[in-house]
Design a protein around this ligand. Structure first.
Ligand SMILES: [Zn+2]
Length: 247
Protein backbone atom coordinates (compact mmCIF):
# COMPACT_ATOMS: atom_id res chain seq x y z
CA UNK A 1 0.00 0.00 0.00
CA UNK A 2 2.24 2.74 -1.31
CA UNK A 3 0.78 6.04 -0.14
CA UNK A 4 2.09 7.99 -3.13
CA UNK A 5 0.29 5.63 -5.52
CA UNK A 6 -3.09 5.67 -3.73
CA UNK A 7 -6.11 7.80 -4.41
CA UNK A 8 -8.07 9.57 -1.68
CA UNK A 9 -10.72 6.83 -1.74
CA UNK A 10 -8.14 4.05 -1.68
CA UNK A 11 -6.46 5.65 1.33
CA UNK A 12 -9.78 5.82 3.14
CA UNK A 13 -10.53 2.17 2.31
CA UNK A 14 -7.01 1.18 3.36
CA UNK A 15 -7.60 2.59 6.83
CA UNK A 16 -10.39 0.04 7.28
CA UNK A 17 -7.78 -2.71 6.76
CA UNK A 18 -4.90 -1.36 8.80
CA UNK A 19 -3.74 1.51 10.99
CA UNK A 20 -0.07 0.61 10.54
CA UNK A 21 2.48 2.50 8.48
CA UNK A 22 6.16 2.13 7.66
CA UNK A 23 8.09 5.38 7.22
CA UNK A 24 11.28 4.75 5.20
CA UNK A 25 14.07 7.19 6.04
CA UNK A 26 17.27 7.52 4.07
CA UNK A 27 20.15 9.80 3.17
CA UNK A 28 21.99 11.22 0.20
CA UNK A 29 25.44 10.03 1.06
CA UNK A 30 28.64 8.80 -0.56
CA UNK A 31 28.81 5.02 -0.77
CA UNK A 32 32.32 4.48 -2.08
CA UNK A 33 33.20 4.80 -5.74
CA UNK A 34 30.82 2.03 -6.78
CA UNK A 35 27.40 2.66 -5.21
CA UNK A 36 24.98 5.55 -5.88
CA UNK A 37 24.47 8.38 -3.41
CA UNK A 38 20.84 7.36 -2.92
CA UNK A 39 21.70 3.84 -1.70
CA UNK A 40 20.30 4.19 1.85
CA UNK A 41 16.98 5.62 0.69
CA UNK A 42 16.57 3.19 -2.19
CA UNK A 43 17.16 0.19 0.05
CA UNK A 44 14.91 1.40 2.87
CA UNK A 45 12.15 2.10 0.38
CA UNK A 46 12.45 -1.14 -1.60
CA UNK A 47 12.44 -3.25 1.56
CA UNK A 48 9.51 -1.26 3.03
CA UNK A 49 7.48 -1.51 -0.17
CA UNK A 50 7.81 -5.30 -0.17
CA UNK A 51 6.82 -5.50 3.51
CA UNK A 52 3.79 -3.33 2.76
CA UNK A 53 2.76 -5.67 -0.01
CA UNK A 54 3.39 -8.79 2.04
CA UNK A 55 1.36 -7.87 5.13
CA UNK A 56 -0.93 -5.11 3.84
CA UNK A 57 0.29 -2.02 5.69
CA UNK A 58 0.76 1.57 4.50
CA UNK A 59 4.19 2.64 3.28
CA UNK A 60 5.13 6.33 3.17
CA UNK A 61 7.09 7.90 0.34
CA UNK A 62 10.65 7.90 1.68
CA UNK A 63 12.33 10.85 3.30
CA UNK A 64 15.31 11.11 0.99
CA UNK A 65 17.62 13.19 3.21
CA UNK A 66 19.31 12.46 6.51
CA UNK A 67 22.10 13.58 8.80
CA UNK A 68 25.53 12.27 7.77
CA UNK A 69 28.49 13.12 10.02
CA UNK A 70 31.59 11.14 9.08
CA UNK A 71 30.85 11.25 5.35
CA UNK A 72 29.71 14.90 5.30
CA UNK A 73 32.81 16.14 3.43
CA UNK A 74 32.87 13.37 0.81
CA UNK A 75 31.72 14.37 -2.68
CA UNK A 76 27.96 14.14 -3.14
CA UNK A 77 26.86 13.78 0.48
CA UNK A 78 23.94 16.15 1.15
CA UNK A 79 23.47 16.20 4.90
CA UNK A 80 20.66 18.07 6.64
CA UNK A 81 20.71 19.49 10.18
CA UNK A 82 19.67 17.25 13.06
CA UNK A 83 17.02 19.79 14.05
CA UNK A 84 15.58 19.68 10.51
CA UNK A 85 15.46 15.88 10.49
CA UNK A 86 13.86 15.82 13.92
CA UNK A 87 11.22 18.36 12.82
CA UNK A 88 10.50 16.44 9.62
CA UNK A 89 9.95 13.20 11.53
CA UNK A 90 7.67 14.97 14.02
CA UNK A 91 5.68 16.60 11.20
CA UNK A 92 5.33 13.32 9.32
CA UNK A 93 4.15 11.34 12.33
CA UNK A 94 1.69 14.12 13.24
CA UNK A 95 0.34 14.19 9.68
CA UNK A 96 -0.05 10.41 9.60
CA UNK A 97 -1.70 10.48 13.02
CA UNK A 98 -4.11 13.11 11.77
CA UNK A 99 -5.02 10.75 8.94
CA UNK A 100 -5.82 7.93 11.34
CA UNK A 101 -2.59 5.90 11.49
CA UNK A 102 -1.69 4.55 14.95
CA UNK A 103 1.16 2.06 14.58
CA UNK A 104 4.41 3.49 13.20
CA UNK A 105 7.62 1.84 12.17
CA UNK A 106 10.36 4.37 11.39
CA UNK A 107 12.87 2.42 9.32
CA UNK A 108 16.15 4.11 8.49
CA UNK A 109 18.41 2.89 5.71
CA UNK A 110 21.10 5.22 7.10
CA UNK A 111 22.43 4.04 10.44
CA UNK A 112 24.63 6.92 11.64
CA UNK A 113 24.42 7.37 15.41
CA UNK A 114 23.58 11.09 15.38
CA UNK A 115 20.98 10.57 12.64
CA UNK A 116 19.28 7.78 14.58
CA UNK A 117 19.38 9.83 17.80
CA UNK A 118 17.32 12.57 16.09
CA UNK A 119 14.75 10.05 14.89
CA UNK A 120 14.52 8.46 18.34
CA UNK A 121 14.16 11.85 20.02
CA UNK A 122 11.35 12.83 17.63
CA UNK A 123 9.66 9.47 18.24
CA UNK A 124 9.83 9.91 22.01
CA UNK A 125 8.15 13.31 21.66
CA UNK A 126 5.35 11.70 19.65
CA UNK A 127 4.99 8.93 22.21
CA UNK A 128 4.43 11.56 24.91
CA UNK A 129 2.09 13.61 22.75
CA UNK A 130 -0.27 10.82 21.61
CA UNK A 131 -1.25 8.19 24.16
CA UNK A 132 -2.92 5.89 21.63
CA UNK A 133 0.01 5.19 19.32
CA UNK A 134 2.75 2.57 19.16
CA UNK A 135 6.11 3.47 17.65
CA UNK A 136 9.16 1.50 16.62
CA UNK A 137 12.54 2.71 15.34
CA UNK A 138 14.85 0.39 13.45
CA UNK A 139 17.88 0.81 11.22
CA UNK A 140 19.62 -1.03 8.45
CA UNK A 141 22.30 -2.24 10.87
CA UNK A 142 19.66 -3.76 13.17
CA UNK A 143 18.51 -5.85 10.23
CA UNK A 144 22.11 -6.86 9.51
CA UNK A 145 22.54 -7.96 13.14
CA UNK A 146 19.23 -9.76 13.45
CA UNK A 147 18.56 -11.23 10.02
CA UNK A 148 21.80 -11.43 8.04
CA UNK A 149 24.42 -12.80 10.43
CA UNK A 150 24.38 -16.25 8.84
CA UNK A 151 24.60 -14.89 5.29
CA UNK A 152 27.34 -12.26 5.58
CA UNK A 153 31.00 -13.28 5.29
CA UNK A 154 32.46 -9.91 6.33
CA UNK A 155 32.23 -9.48 10.12
CA UNK A 156 32.56 -5.70 10.08
CA UNK A 157 30.17 -5.04 7.20
CA UNK A 158 28.67 -1.60 7.63
CA UNK A 159 28.75 0.92 4.78
CA UNK A 160 28.96 0.32 1.01
CA UNK A 161 30.29 -3.14 1.82
CA UNK A 162 29.04 -6.68 1.33
CA UNK A 163 25.36 -6.22 2.20
CA UNK A 164 24.69 -2.82 0.61
CA UNK A 165 26.59 -3.74 -2.54
CA UNK A 166 24.74 -7.05 -2.80
CA UNK A 167 21.35 -5.40 -2.34
CA UNK A 168 22.06 -2.65 -4.84
CA UNK A 169 23.48 -5.12 -7.37
CA UNK A 170 20.16 -6.95 -7.17
CA UNK A 171 17.88 -3.88 -6.96
CA UNK A 172 19.64 -1.43 -9.31
CA UNK A 173 22.26 -3.39 -11.31
CA UNK A 174 22.83 -0.53 -13.74
CA UNK A 175 23.60 1.88 -10.89
CA UNK A 176 26.46 -0.18 -9.45
CA UNK A 177 29.80 0.85 -10.99
CA UNK A 178 32.17 -2.04 -10.36
CA UNK A 179 33.52 -2.29 -6.85
CA UNK A 180 35.76 -0.48 -4.31
CA UNK A 181 38.62 -1.74 -2.11
CA UNK A 182 37.96 -3.23 1.30
CA UNK A 183 38.27 -0.55 3.98
CA UNK A 184 37.92 -0.15 7.78
CA UNK A 185 38.47 3.51 8.69
CA UNK A 186 39.71 4.69 12.06
CA UNK A 187 38.80 8.13 13.34
CA UNK A 188 40.67 9.57 16.36
CA UNK A 189 38.84 8.73 19.56
CA UNK A 190 36.94 11.58 21.29
CA UNK A 191 38.23 14.16 18.80
CA UNK A 192 36.04 15.76 16.15
CA UNK A 193 37.97 16.22 12.94
CA UNK A 194 37.37 18.73 10.12
CA UNK A 195 39.21 16.83 7.42
CA UNK A 196 37.00 13.75 7.75
CA UNK A 197 37.74 12.53 4.25
CA UNK A 198 41.43 12.09 5.01
CA UNK A 199 40.48 9.51 7.68
CA UNK A 200 38.12 7.69 5.35
CA UNK A 201 39.63 7.83 1.88
CA UNK A 202 37.49 5.33 0.01
CA UNK A 203 34.18 5.93 1.79
CA UNK A 204 33.68 2.19 2.38
CA UNK A 205 33.31 0.30 5.66
CA UNK A 206 33.56 -3.38 4.91
CA UNK A 207 34.30 -5.49 1.86
CA UNK A 208 32.24 -4.91 -1.29
CA UNK A 209 34.28 -7.66 -2.97
CA UNK A 210 32.14 -10.23 -1.16
CA UNK A 211 28.91 -8.97 -2.77
CA UNK A 212 26.74 -10.61 -5.41
CA UNK A 213 23.27 -10.15 -6.89
CA UNK A 214 22.18 -13.59 -5.63
CA UNK A 215 23.25 -12.65 -2.13
CA UNK A 216 21.33 -9.40 -2.56
CA UNK A 217 18.17 -11.29 -3.40
CA UNK A 218 18.55 -13.50 -0.33
CA UNK A 219 19.31 -10.53 1.94
CA UNK A 220 16.29 -8.69 0.59
CA UNK A 221 14.03 -11.64 1.27
CA UNK A 222 15.23 -12.11 4.83
CA UNK A 223 15.05 -8.35 5.49
CA UNK A 224 11.42 -8.30 4.33
CA UNK A 225 10.53 -11.29 6.51
CA UNK A 226 12.29 -9.80 9.51
CA UNK A 227 10.73 -6.35 9.12
CA UNK A 228 7.26 -7.85 8.57
CA UNK A 229 7.77 -9.66 11.89
CA UNK A 230 8.69 -6.39 13.59
CA UNK A 231 5.51 -4.72 12.30
CA UNK A 232 3.45 -7.68 13.56
CA UNK A 233 5.16 -7.37 16.94
CA UNK A 234 4.33 -3.65 17.06
CA UNK A 235 0.71 -4.38 16.17
CA UNK A 236 0.43 -6.99 18.92
CA UNK A 237 2.02 -4.58 21.41
CA UNK A 238 -0.46 -1.92 20.28
CA UNK A 239 -3.47 -4.21 20.74
CA UNK A 240 -2.30 -5.25 24.18
CA UNK A 241 -1.63 -1.70 25.34
CA UNK A 242 -5.07 -0.59 24.11
CA UNK A 243 -6.77 -3.37 26.05
CA UNK A 244 -4.69 -2.33 29.09
CA UNK A 245 -6.22 1.16 28.83
CA UNK A 246 -9.77 -0.26 28.59
CA UNK A 247 -9.45 -2.58 31.59
ZN1 LIG B 1 24.33 2.99 3.40
Amino acid sequence: MLIEAMTMREFEEGLKQTKSVIVPLGSVEEHGNHLPLGTDTIQAYEISARVGEKIGVFVCPPLYYGLCRSSSKHPGTLSIKGSTLRSLVVDLVEALYGQGLRVFLLFSGHAGGTHLAMILDAAEEMLDKFDDITLGVISYLDIADEAWAAELECEKDSHAGESETSLMTYLRPGWVKGTSPEEYPEFPKYILVRNKRSYWQGGVWGDPGKASADKGERLLRSAVDFLAGVVKKLEKFHEESLSDVVT
